[in-house]
Design a protein around this ligand. Structure first.
Ligand code: SF4
Length: 377
């Protein structure tokens, strides 16, 4: 496998994360639409316990909208810097890979736009090998310490039990595919969620991700969306402790990216500021601001509906059949009351506000617009 990396493209590193909305905020002095996520699959071979789009998964895939309609809308996004392709499992049908995933990635590559594919990489290697030459970041979920974890987390919402053989096959293929993609030169970022099941075994999960050779370990707390709605919620203290343990243990030569954290520079809790200071001072550790509704929209490629996030319960904001993406983005940013509740910005803390779901869950009575950072990073 050979990966095409045009020399003009800047490597994705802890110093250059084009998905972080704070970059465009600093550059333009206001939030701009720089990132478009496209949902190209509603089928998946897994049914993860925490799946943020679990309730939208189907058994039979409906037709996707014509690719040209999407490409035309992408063309109109003046400041487009990144695209993400998500599902379901976007590689489930080979026809989706050939007719949508690869053409979208080729479009991005030709335009100098960076790309990410969200996949469970459990299927046969051939389909990932086809995609790799055009892709910047393969983003996988990894929340397991062994095949038994994988069975318990990955298939809990299936109507019928998956056979033991098939479970083992998916698990082994996932690990083998990841290794092969990394060896072939692809950037693989493995995401783990900190939740009631993983918070005390994050170090073991990190170790496996390191052994697979992934260039980045991405860590997000789990929030109660879709399938995760009824799962036990961790306290802020449990989250802090889990992150500290992970920072004590981690391999310092692998990039760690923390996202959607419920800790902000304006916190009056000393434990929060201590943790943030630590995160910002560690080598090869970054904290990404939340892109949802700040620099990113999500397009459902089955019906053209546009969302500000793929997992909050905010209804569609428009349709690509009717409006330009930037017009839909402005409608959210400039006029929606919910957007106004979280559009704060403290440059000295490198923070541009909380995720809506996080603010709602941990800080229901806090007005972030009245707060100011107490730390500098
Ligand atoms: S930007 Fe908002 S959430 Fe972040 S530190 Fe400032 S007030 Fe707090």
């Amino acid at each position: 496998m050979s990966v095409i990396t045009p020399p003009a493209l800047q490597p994705i590193t802890p110093q250059y994360d084009p998905w972080d909305p704070i970059r465009s905020l600093r550059l333009y002095g206001e939030h701009k639409l720089t990132s478009v996520e496209m949902t190209v699959a509603q089928v998946c071979n897994m049914r993860c316990e925490h799946c943020a789009v679990g309730h939208t998964l189907v058994m039979r895939e409906p037709d996707l909208l014509p690719l040209d309609v999407m490409l035309k809308r992408l063309d109109e996004v003046e400041h487009l810097e990144t695209i993400s392709i998500t599902g379901g499992e976007p590689t489930f049908h080979l026809s989706t890979v050939k007719d949508y995933v690869i053409p979208l990635l080729k479009y991005a590559r030709e335009r100098g736009v960076r790309s990410q594919l969200n996949s469970n990489v459990t299927l046969d290697y051939g389909r990932y090998e086809m995609i790799a030459p055009y892709l910047d970041v393969m983003h996988i979920s990894f929340n397991y310490t062994n095949v038994e974890d994988f069975r318990q987390v990955g298939f809990v919402h299936r109507d019928r039990d998956l056979s033991n053989n098939l479970t083992v096959k998916f698990y082994e293929q996932m690990i083998d595919n990841t290794r092969r993609l990394v060896e072939g030169g692809l950037f693989v970022s493995a995401e783990s969620m900190i939740n009631y099941r993983t918070h005390d075994k994050m170090n073991d999960i990190h170790q496996l991700i390191y052994e697979m050779g992934c260039q980045r370990h991405e860590v997000h707390p789990m929030y109660p969306s879709s399938f995760a709605e009824h799962l036990p919620v961790l306290s802020l203290n449990e989250l802090r402790q889990s992150i500290h343990r992970l920072l004590d243990f981690r391999h310092q030569d692998m990039w760690m990216l923390f996202g959607t954290l419920p800790f902000y520079g304006c916190s009056v809790n000393e434990e929060d500021t201590k943790l943030l200071q630590r995160l910002y001072s560690e080598k090869k550790v970054t904290v990404r601001n939340d892109p949802d509704g700040r620099n990113r929209l999500n397009v459902n490629m089955f019906n053209g509906d546009v969302f500000v996030t793929d997992f909050a319960d905010i209804p569609s904001f428009g349709s690509i059949y009717e409006d330009k993406l930037e017009a839909i983005f402005d409608k959210w940013l400039l006029h929606h009351p919910l957007s106004k509740t979280v559009d704060c910005y403290c440059p000295q803390a490198s923070c541009c506000g909380p995720n809506l779901l996080v603010a709602d869950m941990y800080y229901p009575n806090v007005n972030f617009k009245e707060r100011k950072a107490v730390i500098s990073v």
